[in-house]
Design a protein around this ligand. Sequence first.
Ligand SMILES: Nc1nc2c(c(=O)[nH]1)N[C@H]1C(S)=C(S)[C@@H](COP(=O)(O)O)O[C@H]1N2
Ligand SMILES: [Mo]
Length: 419
Amino acid sequence: MSDPASTPESARQDPGRRRFLQGSVALGAALVAGARRPSAAQAQPAPDDPSKVLGGPMRPYGERARFEQAVREIAPESKTDERGSSLTPLGETLGIITPSALHFVVQGSLPDIDPTKHRLLIHGLVDRPVIMTVEDIKRLPSTSRILFLECAGNTMSEWRAPIGKTVQGTHGRTSCSEWTGVPLALLLREVGVQQGAAWIIAEGADTNGNEHSIPLAKALDDILVAYGQNGEALRPENGYPLRLIVPGWEGSANVKWLRRITVVDRPYMTRMESTVHAALMPDGKARQLGFVMEAKSVITFPSGGQRLPGPGLYEIRGLAWSGRGLVRRVEVSTDGGKTWRDARLQEPVLPIAHTRFRLDWQWDGREAVLQSRCTDETGYVQPTLAALVQVRGLNSTIFNNAIQSWQVAADGSVHNVHP
Ligand SMILES: Nc1nc2c(c(=O)[nH]1)N[C@H]1C(S)=C(S)[C@@H](COP(=O)(O)O)O[C@H]1N2
Ligand SMILES: [Mo]
């Protein structure tokens, strides 16, 4: 690529592009050096020239190339807790949509639900309680939205010390899908909400005890009863055949395997709200029923566990999101927060969705600390960990939206640090 004759016309005219192409030679080397060897590929090598041999037959349901190996990682607590999670490989996903097969999962045991037998009951303070089949729901006017979903426990390992080795470990409890379903408001209009109703309780058909109280105002605003994810039915792990999608709110409110909605007059302080998801403050009091996921961002490349092959041009990439709406701005620092530069936001920038940001960076080969900082449309700026700890103390681990730091060492290895 250093030979001008082989450089595309567009690159010759644009020195920035030219530099980028030269930088990408180094990047290519990194990928080869760092790549895990796919075992399937080892077992049966691909032909050097596939245009000369017959390939396989057509497949009725597509699978990724056998050389692609990114998988969800089972979180450490899953081995001991009744409920566990598996984490999205954010260091390897591209763009803003998380493939359904890699969408993070929080569950106890996975229910096996026949959609023809599944029912959704809506009752409580309503005029006309109903029991609906999945087919009943699919007949109704529907809508699709691209929305992130983040567990309140995302990044929980990082309060006291840098524990996660990779961005999958530190931030893998957030994903972004296109969800299709029926507005809950429509169902609630059908059943006729009575005077005095102020909350709903949502319940799933699993053994996990994830009942959740949600204010009626939110239920009438933008909640979906979803059956679709990225163009097909929800995956079993993500709530098949029905789940709530509660835009911008903590993951646990997005009740999966949805089978009952009870309209009530007050929050029921379920196990989720009173214990697991109450944020314990330094004075021993707890913040409860605080649901919105505040603005957050993380650099996915370069990130922990990756390695840069040498000095040169790199595209710093990451994801930013806010439960309150649009990401307005993402700034990136390569000197541990001393100076900041604005990253480019990849269009379309959608409210309450992952937003991909990018910034070209010329690495000089010296130690660097990379950070990203998100500002959302309300003007809220993602805090440092120190600022967060000052207010919230160290009693609870949920709702950690602090700025993440990745240290690039002189040898190109990348590490999770608290600078
Ligand atoms: N019925 C039920 N719904 C549930 C859960 C559960 O265990 N059971 N886990 C909740 C939690 S804590 C989160 S973070 C989200 C995760 O959704 P996902 O597994 O589709 O990523 O589902 C929520 N909905
Ligand atoms: Mo969660």
